[in-house]
Each structure stands twice: as C-alpha cells, then as structure tokens.
Design a protein around this ligand. Structure first.
Ligand code: IPE
Ligand code: IPE
Ligand code: MG
Length: 246
C-alpha cells in the first residue's frame, strides 16, 4: 500500500510489511550481569523465531534494524562481536531460509563492512533471490540520512550526466535510488525496549507507517507478541491523508 493512496480504509487488515527496530539486547544482558554480546546472541535467536512466524501471520515483508550508522560509536569488542554474529547468522541460517522460501536482502552501506561479511551477504542474496514466501531484509550499517544522501548523490550524477532531466526528478525516481528500491513501504514499524524514537530507521519509507512501541526487550520478544501487535494494527484506521469512506 503506497503513499499515493487517497482515501481511508476501514476494517481489519494485515500488515504486509512489518519493520522492527530490535532494541534492548544490551539491557537484557546487563540486567542479568552478563556481557552485552550475550544479549546480541540471544537477539539473533529471536530473529530466527520471528522470521519463521511471519508467513502464518500474513506478513510477506519483514525488515529489521540490526546495526545503524551510529552504532560504530560502540566499543571495538561490541562492534566486532556484532559483525561476527551477522556472519554466523548468514552461515547457519542459509539452508533454513532457502527451505522456507525466504528471500534475504540487506540495506545499508556495505562498503565499510569487512570483505568476508560482504561476500557472505552477496552470496545469500543471490542464493535466495528466487524465493518470495517471505521477503526478509536486514539493515546493517544503515542510516536513513546516509541512505537519502546517497540517493541524492546518485540522482545528481544521473542529472549531471544527462541521463535524467531535472524536471524528471519525482518521488518515484528518488525512491528507486534508495537502498529499498523495489521494496514496498512498511505498514507498521515496531520498536522494542520502551524507547520511543526512530533512530534514523527508514525515515523516507515509513512516512505513513503506523508505529508500535513495546517495553519488551528484543531478546524477550516473541511470535505471540508480534501476533498481538498485528491484531491491534488490523483494527487501526489508516487514512493516508484522505477521509474514511462510509
Ligand atoms: C539493539 O540492542 C541492538 C543494536 C543496536 C546493535 P542495544 O545494543 O541497543 O541494546 P540496549 O539499547 O543497549 O539495551
Ligand atoms: C537503534 O538502536 C539501532 C538498532 C536497533 C540497530 P540504538 O540502541 O542504536 O538507538 P539509540 O542509540 O537508542 O537511539
Ligand atoms: Mg539500544
């Protein structure tokens, strides 16, 4: 459902594209006196469970925020630990994703990631490209402002090279140059851990998304809670700037 919608809609509906800011891993571990990386490992296990649950819940697109452009500010130990969790997730989950018909993609600026991780990312994207039961996207080294700036640069290059007239710069041309080009906009953005900010996640794409904030820390988030949130979403009225038709 795009932002071009002009009239409101009523009645229960399914959130086809759910985006999740997976927050609270560090606090989950610290609360137990454990290193933060233990929380990140537990968080990766939750990702596996949520991915499996999505198709039965009617979710066809799932996008999760795993590492932001700001997360490099963390300790070297935590950053390297997260990077190795990402690599291990890809290696361990590849077969399961393929069997489940899950297409995995990544958004964010990969150029700063290490070469081995970049190869794993490209490999799993190519391997799962034929699938569409669930379109699963992981945001790594992703920042909305960075993404918009890169898209603006790509547009400027096309205009400067004469491939695109300035008058032909439309929101569709812009969106096509975002990392999410080809993906639908999220219907619903969920953030765990009680924080009520968006932290630079999908600012363009989520312009009309509904937001749900839950105090649950990500390692405790379950398919059951996702199902409850989706039920609440189904009862919300989305207007897209229009009016609700009787
Ligand atoms: C989210 O959990 C995962 C990443 C940002 C990589 P945090 O690590 O932010 O956990 P808290 O917010 O410190 O509890
Ligand atoms: C947002 O969480 C980024 C991810 C979940 C990957 P952060 O924990 O990094 O965000 P802030 O610092 O609370 O805004
Ligand atoms: Mg956090």
């Amino acid at each position: 459902m795009g932002s071009g919608e002009t009239s409101g809609q009523k009645g229960a509906r399914v959130a086809e594209h759910v985006a999740i800011i997976m927050d609270g891993n560090g606090r989950w571990a610290t609360n137990r006196g454990w290193p933060r990386l233990v929380g990140h490992r537990r968080g990766a296990e939750r990702v596996r469970e949520i991915v499996q649950a999505c198709p039965a819940l009617g979710v066809r697109w799932l996008t999760v925020y795993a590492f932001s452009t700001e997360n490099w500010k963390r300790s070297t130990e935590e950053v390297l630990g997260l990077m190795s969790i990402f690599a291990r997730y890809i290696e361990r989950e590849a077969d399961k994703l393929a069997v489940g018909g899950v297409r995995l993609r990544f958004i964010g600026d990969r150029s700063r990631l290490d070469a081995k991780l970049q190869r794993l990312m490209a490999g799993i994207e190519a391997r799962t490209a034929p699938f569409s039961t669930l379109n699963f996207t992981i945001a790594i080294n992703y920042g909305g402002r960075d993404e918009i700036t890169r898209a603006a640069r790509a547009l400027a290059l096309d205009v400067a090279a004469g491939r695109l007239a300035p008058e032909a710069v439309t929101d569709a041309e812009f969106a096509a140059r975002l990392d999410t080009g080809g993906l639908p906009d999220p219907d619903l953005v969920i953030r765990t851990s009680g924080e009520t900010r968006t932290s630079n996640f999908l600012p363009w794409q989520a312009a009309y998304a509904e937001y749900e904030f839950t105090p649950t820390l990500w390692p405790d988030f379950s398919a059951g809670e996702l199902a409850e949130i989706l039920t609440r979403f189904g009862n919300r009225e989305r207007r897209f700037g229009g009016v609700v038709l009787a």
